[in-house]
Design a protein around this ligand. Sequence first.
Ligand SMILES: Cc1cc2nc3c(=O)[nH]c(=O)nc-3n(C[C@H](O)[C@H](O)[C@H](O)COP(=O)(O)OP(=O)(O)OC[C@H]3O[C@@H](n4cnc5c(N)ncnc54)[C@H](O)[C@@H]3O)c2cc1C
Length: 499
Amino acid sequence: MIPTRTFLSWISLLYCCISLQNILCKLTVDATSSLSNPTVVIVGSGIGGTSCAYYLKKMLPDAKAIILETDSRIGGRIYDVKIDGEVFTIGAYSWAGYHGYIKELVDEMGLDRTDRDFDGEPNFVSPFTFTAWNGTHLIDTGEIATAHEESMDILEKGTVDFYIRMEDNYAILDQETFSKTEEFLSYGAFGQWPTLESRQYYTDKGVHLELQDLAMAPLQKLINSQGMEGHVFSMYASLSTSMGRGRVVGGNLKLVDALVEAASAEVFLNSTVTTVERLSNGFSVVYQRDNEQRKMYADYVVIAAPLEATDIDFQSFDPPVSQPARDWYASYVYVVAAEGYNKEYFTKDPDRDVPSFVVGTPGKASGLISITSKNMTDLIYYSVTTTSNLTADIEDMFINPSVRFEYHWNFGHPILEPHPAGGASYQDVILSPGLYNIGAMNDILTQMEGSVIAARNAALLIRQESLSASCAISFIQTLPAKIIIIFTSMWKFIIDIEY
Ligand SMILES: Cc1cc2nc3c(=O)[nH]c(=O)nc-3n(C[C@H](O)[C@H](O)[C@H](O)COP(=O)(O)OP(=O)(O)OC[C@H]3O[C@@H](n4cnc5c(N)ncnc54)[C@H](O)[C@@H]3O)c2cc1C
């Protein structure tokens, strides 16, 4: 027969434990619902934002991705438009052979790409197959390269080395995440390259000045809008673009469209994020749409745009979100229908024809980056890309031109100044716990692949954080049962001693 006192003690203990378990479960259920299926707000619908949403879908299927985009279209700096029945590329055109993730995404989306025959080997292909314009004359870069065989050997060795280091970097990224750009760079042992200016580095290596000015600088201008003042990492990235260059058949915008669909992400266009506020648990994201201020809650926020372009007010962050400012080159793009080139504008050489692909030299030629042409009907359509407003020059450049499309990128490419070791730092990849900055990669790789690398990294970081938080919660949830057993045994022990 159990004594009444013992029986009452047992009942009251059981009651206490059940109440404790109820309280803990209630507390944790609310938190778990947002940790195992977090809401991720992504600012920007370029390749960075859309690939991040897709990677999240793959890595954390229950996560909810919401993309807020200030523009009335998706794609950001990927922009293909149909003009007079033809697709013209206004932004990013092609990727390089080592850009593994973007090619993988294209394949996963079932799209066709133009580089299928690339064997993946770091076989150097000279990128100097274009005509450079120095403001008065047209220069054949292929001829310049042939004239400087020894310099080309130096470039080939360095570029193949860069390619191999990128492969090492990808191999490590398969297992690891990075929280700083410096960490990303350490994965390929890129050494001093991001800290050195191209001019100094290649001169020290013995690369001829003529090759630097008339071939390398225009190439760097074509890829990154700048010249020999950029860092060496970015120059090698430019030099390697001919090794397996490719693009989506029909335009890269098809990839962005497919990613949004595959991610089942909610996309709100014409929605400008103005404020991100840190709450005790998550973030409040304020955005402007249809002249109305709206607000949504997020467990994680991904800034998939150049941070300085977003103009976001970050509130209640301790320490505050403040990042090194970067200077940017603007890009102006014109699609011009004309009867042909006005030859005198480009060359003082009467025997020289203006070819279909011309690249400007840095600092010269009204900021011209490149001109490409397509024969359509009885007119030729020229795509003109420049770093400055060239509207006034179009009349002089072409015969009877009419501008069919004009576009201005405020944030085209950042000036890729070298970051001396121990000097100015790069923008952070993690701005604050739960707040990620995909645009940080623009400091070193302002190409589509750079944003995809950062987007994949952000999705991995969110998965890691989300899963470790969920684990902690489930451990807490099992605690009440453990507490009951321990308390019960202790109570029984005390009672047994007493009686
Ligand atoms: C003319 C040109 C040619 C290029 N050519 C190539 C090329 O051939 N190959 C290559 O690999 N790369 C190229 N690039 C670079 C490449 O386009 C970019 O590196 C890449 O597309 C950047 O993608 P992203 O998603 O990081 O940023 P973005 O594409 O810039 O996307 C950011 C998005 O965020 C939105 N946004 C900004 N602020 C807010 C806000 N507050 N609220 C909501 N939305 C906001 C913007 O509207 C934009 O849509 C080129 C760039 C330019 C300008």
